[in-house]
Write a protein that binds this ligand. Sequence first.
Ligand code: PLP
Length: 406
Amino acid sequence: INMNAGPSPLPQDALLTAAASLLSFQGSPGMGIAEISHRSKAFADVFNEANADLRSLLEIPDNYKVLWMQGGGLTQFAATVLNLNAWYRTKHQLSAADQVEGWYAVTGSWSKKAADEATRLGVKARKVVDGKKLGGGKFRSIPPGREWDLPQLEENQRKPAFVYYCDNETVDGVEFGGQGSDTEFPFSQIDPEVPIVCDMSSNFLSRPVDVSKYGIIYAGAQKNLGPAGVTIVIVREDLLVNVDEAVQYGSAPIPSMLSYKVMADDNSLFNTPPTFAIYVCSLVLRSLLESPPLPLAASAAPLSPLSDFADKKSALLYTAIDESAGFYAGTADKGVRSRMNVTFRINGGDEDLEKDFIKQASDLGIKGVNGHRSVGGLRASIYNAVSLEGVQRLADLMRTFREKHA
Ligand code: PLP
C-alpha cells in the first residue's frame, strides 16, 4: 500500500497496459510506445485521446487551451509569473520602470516557494494570506476570505496581474474545501478582470472544478495523473501573449519553452514531449473515465465519484485521529484538512513513537507514511489509486497502535 506523496501509485490496469506497450505498441513487435515518433499518427492518436479525455473529465470550456509541458510544478512557479507579467505589461502598455504585482495566498510550503520565485523574477509578490503567521509558525489554516489582506484599490491604482493560490498544500496537509468543509477560494472578492492562478498539482482530478473561474490551472502529473515528467497547464485563451512583443513593455525575454503561446500554437509539440509519460497519462485518464471507483450518478460531474471516494478515505483517517483523545493530532485545522495528504503527529510530536509507527506500518506493507523532511511527523498520501481497503488498514493500525501506547 503505497502512500508516498508523489510520485505515487497509479491504476494497475493502466500500468499493465503501459508495460506491455513498451515492448510492442499496436501489434508492432520491436516498436514500443517509447520508440515511436512524437510526430507519428500512432502517437497523435494517443495524444488526441488524452486531450479529449482530460477535457471531458474536467469539463474544460472551449476557450481554454490544455498544454502538456515539462519541468514540473516548480517550472510553473516561474512560467505563470513570466507569462502573466508579459500579458499584463502588453495589455497596459507599461514600461520597464513600472512594477507589476502578483497577489499570493500563502497557505503552505508550495505557495510560499511560488511567491519567492515571483520575487526572484522581479514581480512583487504581495502576500494576501500569510498562513504561517496565522498558524504561529506553522501552516495549518486558511482564513475565510473576509479576513484576507486584499487591498482595496482606488480607481487610479493598478490592479495585480494575477492572484495565485495552491489548492492543496502537499507538505502541510492544508486544502481549500478540505475534508468535511466547503472553505472555498474567495472568488467573489477578486476583481473579475484579474486572472486567478491555481496550483492543483496534488489534488488534480480528485474532484470537479469549475474551470471557468480560473485564468490558469496547472498540475504536475505525478500524483493522480501519471508519471513525473509532464505538467498540465490549462490556460484561458485571452491570456496567451506574444512574449517577444512584450519585451518592448518591459517584460524580460522568456525562453520559448516556457511561453504558453508558443506551446499553444504548436499543440504542445514545440519540442519532443515526454511521449511515454503522456501515454501513461492517457491510460490513467481512460481508466478514470471508464472505471470510476464509485458509481457515477446520471447528472453528476464526471469527477464526482473521485471526490466522494477521497472524502470517504480521508474520513477514515481523520476519524481515527479525532477519536484518539489527543494521542494523534492533525496538523491542519478542521475545515481545511486535506483529502489527499493526511498529516498528523503522535503524542505531541514524540519522534520515537512516530518512528515506531512508520516501522510498524512498513511491516504491514504500508509504505511512505513519513512526513515531509521539512516538517516531520506523519503523512498519509491517499491519492486516487490508493484503495479504500489500504486506507482502512492504516486506520486499523492507528487504533491498535494507540491502544498499545496511549
Ligand atoms: N506544487 C505542489 C502542490 C506540489 O505538491 C509539488 C511537489 O510535490 C510541487 C508544486 C512541485 O512540483 P515538482 O516537483 O513537479 O516541480
